[in-house]
Ligand binder design. Structure first.
Ligand SMILES: CC(C)=CCC/C(C)=C/CC/C(C)=C/CC/C(C)=C/COP(=O)(O)OP(=O)(O)O
Ligand SMILES: O=P(O)(O)OC[C@@H](O)CO
Ligand SMILES: [Mg+2]
Length: 246
């Protein structure tokens, strides 16, 4: 299974972000997996800003045991790895100027990742201001790009593309008050042809629909489902009524 190809294949796919910090209870995780399958979620993303390797490995192994939904690592640091995952987003925090998140973590885990033999997807990762301080900004000690300054975000994404990144991920940060502006995705799509992932503060079907319309390939949802996993049931109804599933 080639995850990058799957991501590229269509717009409006959904990823459920599983933060091992918040999903320690196996019974809860089983229920979550059932609802995710019912909603035809396309990917599990696993990661967090302060998660240990042991926690990542445990959750990935549990997901692989109980579900066929592909598992993609969304690492907050060089130790958030697991051989059992289907792919690794090799994130470059291009919105920031912290060398640890531009090259440091990458050097630390380079040999190990090569030996693991999992699919590695070089990813431009841009933090876009979401109206409040987020864990990622704090942990990485970087400043997000002001959300209305589309020009900086576009130039940063294009620079990433020219450096060989295969994906662009716009993140307003976990629990953002304001999600990534839809027009940013629309404008980037007109300039370059890398697939786009968007996340941070997505809480409604309307937002999902508007990102799908402008061609976002994957929309990531974390907090909303941590707060109420029944949102997955709303996603299923939405998909059925829009003929995304039968
Ligand atoms: C190359 C490898 C293996 C790692 C790269 C490390 C880099 C550059 C990370 C980018 C910056 C970063 C800290 C990203 C974290 C992304 C993530 C998993 C966010 C989800 O966690 P949150 O939900 O924001 O965290 P909390 O739940 O703790 O608030
Ligand atoms: O938790 P939420 O706000 O859905 O954000 C998801 C993800 O993009 C954060 O890195
Ligand atoms: Mg979180």
């Amino acid at each position: 299974m080639n995850i990058l190809k799957r991501i590229q294949s269509k717009s409006g796919q959904l990823a459920l972000l599983i933060d091992p910090d918040k999903t320690k209870d196996e019974h809860y995780l089983i229920q979550l997996i059932k609802k995710a399958e019912f909603a035809h979620i396309d990917f599990f993303f696993v990661g967090g800003s302060t998660v240990t390797r042991k926690e990542i490995e445990k959750v990935v192994s549990f997901l692989k045991q109980h579900s066929k939904i592909p598992v993609v690592l969304f690492p907050g640091s060089s130790n958030q790895l697991s051989e059992q995952a289907d792919a690794l987003l090799f994130l470059n925090l291009l919105s920031g100027r912290n060398p640890d998140f531009l090259i440091g973590h990458h050097v630390t885990c380079a040999e190990e990742v090569l030996e693991m033999g999992i699919e590695v997807i070089p990813t431009s990762y841009l933090l876009i201001d979401g109206g409040k301080m987020t864990s990622v900004a704090y942990v990485s000690q970087t400043t997000p790009i002001p959300s209305q300054n589309t020009s900086i975000s576009l130039k940063t994404s294009i620079a990433g593309y020219l450096m060989g990144q295969q994906l662009t991920y716009f993140d307003a940060g976990s629990g953002a008050l304001n999600a990534v502006p839809v027009n940013l995705i629309e404008e980037l799509k007109q300039k370059i042809n890398t697939p786009i992932i968007v996340g941070g503060g997505v809480r409604s079907i309307e937002q999902i629909e508007s990102y799908k319309k402008v061609g976002a390939n994957v929309i990531v949802i974390g907090t909303k489902i941590e707060e109420n996993s029944d949102f997955l049931l709303d996603i299923e109804s939405y998909k059925r009524s829009s003929f995304i599933i039968d």
